[in-house]
Design a protein around this ligand. Structure first.
Ligand code: HEC
Ligand code: HEC
Ligand code: HEC
Ligand code: HEC
Ligand code: HEC
Length: 216
């Protein structure tokens, strides 16, 4: 059989194909890493029951603390126990198929497993109570949950996002009694109010970017 291509040409052809494959793979990986987050941010998270913050918070006006009852006093906000749901739903909606998993959990004593929407890596320290105590509203980090039929992630939770506020808390701080108010509108002199509250709440501006604050 006469050789149409020399061994050199075959080798070059193979190398060229490999190079093209490598470029395609790299492009896909880069695209996935940069765009993947943008998709994850706004995608609603499916739950064992389609629990709606829009209905319970937006329409029915139930306070966050009724269900996330540790948010003011501990690092962890706390997730509602089945009994909390049952306080209402053992009386009504209790024969709705949608609610069957809650009724089953109530009767068996096995807790519900809600899928996490916000989850920091273990090497990052976070504490809700200090943020609440120093006048940072839920809405600043979790967005307008009262409009979400299924919860969506509002913030990336990456380091730059935390630092954005830690460098300049005056731009975000609000009166303590407005922390749970998702519709509070800052006054026109937002900057002046922010500065006054930073002083009043003894917020340690300048110290909040120290690595050991969040990496202990
Ligand atoms: C009637 C109970 C109830 C009330 C009231 C309520 N929540 Fe929730 N919350 C839940 C349940 C159940 C979940 C888990 C299912 C889900 O993610 O939607 C949850 C999940 C969350 C999560 C995501 C937690 C995670 O990382 O997975 C955030 C953030 C949150 N709620 C914020 C709020 C805020 C802010 C308010 C008040 C404005 C509020 N919730 C009021 C029941 C409630
Ligand atoms: C304070 C009373 C109260 C509590 C506590 C409560 N619910 Fe509800 N729930 C309601 C009301 C009222 C409705 C009717 C909602 C509407 O249409 O506005 C409802 C409706 C629902 C529905 C039907 C679908 C919908 O969103 O309309 C589901 C599912 C549900 N609740 C799940 C839960 C779960 C899970 C918990 C516990 C984390 C819970 N509820 C806690 C009052 C409550
Ligand atoms: C400064 C930003 C910030 C504020 C303000 C904030 N959260 Fe969170 N929240 C987070 C972060 C970050 C997580 C993930 C924590 C983790 O993975 O350890 C989280 C997680 C949660 C969770 C899941 C359970 C947990 O504690 O991990 C709930 C529920 C929640 N937040 C409710 C609330 C409510 C209600 C408020 C207002 C009273 C609030 N958050 C205010 C940043 C914030
Ligand atoms: C919207 C503003 C805001 C955002 C976003 C924010 N913080 Fe904070 N954080 C504060 C303020 C204000 C304080 C209180 C500072 C003080 O007391 O001097 C604080 C304090 C802290 C503290 C100190 C706790 C202590 O016990 O001393 C830690 C840790 C912390 N934040 C972690 C985080 C992490 C991690 C994130 C991102 C996932 C984050 N914060 C996002 C405003 C914010
Ligand atoms: C306000 C809180 C906060 C402070 C202050 C902070 N970090 Fe982070 N850091 C985070 C969070 C949140 C993550 C997780 C990021 C993620 O999951 O994408 C992180 C992640 C990291 C990582 C892992 C790589 C990465 O970027 O994901 C390194 C390394 C790191 N931080 C170093 C530092 C150093 C060094 C300092 C001081 C100059 C510092 N951090 C200060 C919150 C903080």
């Amino acid at each position: 059989v006469p050789q149409v291509f020399s061994r050199h040409q075959v080798l070059w052809a193979k190398l060229t194909l490999l190079a093209i494959a490598a470029i395609v793979v790299t492009a896909v990986v880069v695209w996935h890493n940069t765009m993947g987050l943008a998709f994850a941010l706004d995608a609603p998270v499916a739950q064992p029951i389609p629990f709606s913050h829009k209905h319970h918070v937006g329409d029915d006006g139930i306070d966050c603390r009724y269900c996330h009852n540790k948010v003011e006093v501990s690092g962890n906000a706390g997730m509602p126990a089945t009994e909390t749901c049952a306080s209402c739903h053992s009386h009504f909606y209790n024969n709705q198929p949608l609610l069957a998993p809650i009724i089953a959990s109530y009767e068996s004593g096995r807790p519900m497993h809600w899928r996490r929407v916000y989850d920091l890596p273990d090497f990052v320290y976070f504490d809700h109570s200090i943020h609440i105590h120093k006048g940072i509203g839920c809405v600043s980090c979790h967005g307008q949950v009262d409009t979400m039929p299924l919860l969506r992630r509002h913030a990336s939770l990456n380091m730059e996002w935390c630092l954005g506020c830690h460098r300049d808390p005056a731009a975000y701080v609000r009166p303590r009694d407005k922390v749970f108010d998702l519709h509070w509108q800052p006054p026109p002199d937002r900057r002046a109010l922010g500065k006054a509250l930073v002083a009043k709440y003894h917020i340690r501006v300048g110290k909040l970017t120290e690595c050991s604050l969040c990496h202990r």
